[in-house]
Design a protein around this ligand. Structure first.
Ligand SMILES: [Zn+2]
Length: 237
């Protein structure tokens, strides 16, 4: 379960690094037992809208509109932390920051306020179970490519300035995604995070990327493609 101290820290971090995001739901995957399946392969996941999650929150009186949700698998985080030099508390905060990266930029979504049909709920359950039991990544950096890495580096910069201990290693880029180490991407991004520390993520997205950053990503993709057959792969930024 997510202890109170962590939840406080996570919400404080969100306010410091992404003030444009008015609210975020935060839950441990085990709280959703019987509602949304746990995944064996990840520390957490993020969704902007899931009808089953909405129903779950409505039933508990916790629904307050369409906002992103971050689900952390505390058991998986603790298991991984036991094998590394990072404490579970630090790994929890890093996992939260990673998932928060997926939630940005924040866009207001409509809330139909309709009770989802049984078919909609069933389809959501099937889709989630597919995701939870099988990894489908056309390329290792799928959903963690160019713009994800950029956003993560901005969040990391802001979190560090605000005094949070969020290790860069494991947050984004690196061998897990077949990319250069995050430090290389940080260097290639230059002073953009400092210059845009007060910007929204929509404003950041609209700003052209430094050429070095784009080039580094292009080289990483090209290197991966020389090592792996190109069929069925798509470059996903
Ligand atoms: Zn991710």
């Amino acid at each position: 379960m997510l202890n109170e101290a962590f939840q406080r820290d996570a919400r404080r971090l969100k306010r410091a690094v992404a003030p444009e995001l008015p609210y975020i739901y935060l839950s441990d995957a085990s709280n959703l037992d019987g509602v949304l399946a746990r995944s064996t392969h990840c520390l957490g996941w993020q969704t902007n809208y899931n009808p089953l999650l909405r129903q779950f929150l409505v039933d508990r009186g916790e629904w307050c509109g369409v906002y992103p949700a971050v689900i952390i698998d505390v058991a998986n985080v603790r298991e991984l932390a036991a094998d590394t030099t990072i404490t579970a508390a630090v790994l929890l905060l890093q996992t939260f920051t990673h998932e928060l990266t997926h939630a940005l930029p924040f866009a207001v979504l409509p809330d139909s306020r309709r009770v989802p049909s049984a078919e909609t709920l069933e389809q959501a359950r099937v889709d989630h179970e597919k995701w939870a039991t099988a990894i489908f990544n056309p390329v290792p950096w799928w959903q963690h490519g160019l713009e994800f890495t950029r956003r993560a580096l901005h969040l990391h910069y802001r979190a560090t300035v605000a005094g949070f201990d969020v290790p860069l290693d494991g947050l984004c880029a690196g061998p897990k995604y077949a990319l250069a180490p995050p430090e290389s991407y940080r260097d290639a991004l230059g002073d953009e995070p400092a210059r845009m520390a007060g910007a929204t993520f929509t404003e950041i997205l609209r700003t052209p990327l430094p050429i070095e950053f784009r080039e580094l990503f292009r080289r990483d993709c090209a290197h991966y493609r020389t090592l792996h057959p190109p069929n069925k792969e798509a470059l996903v930024a």
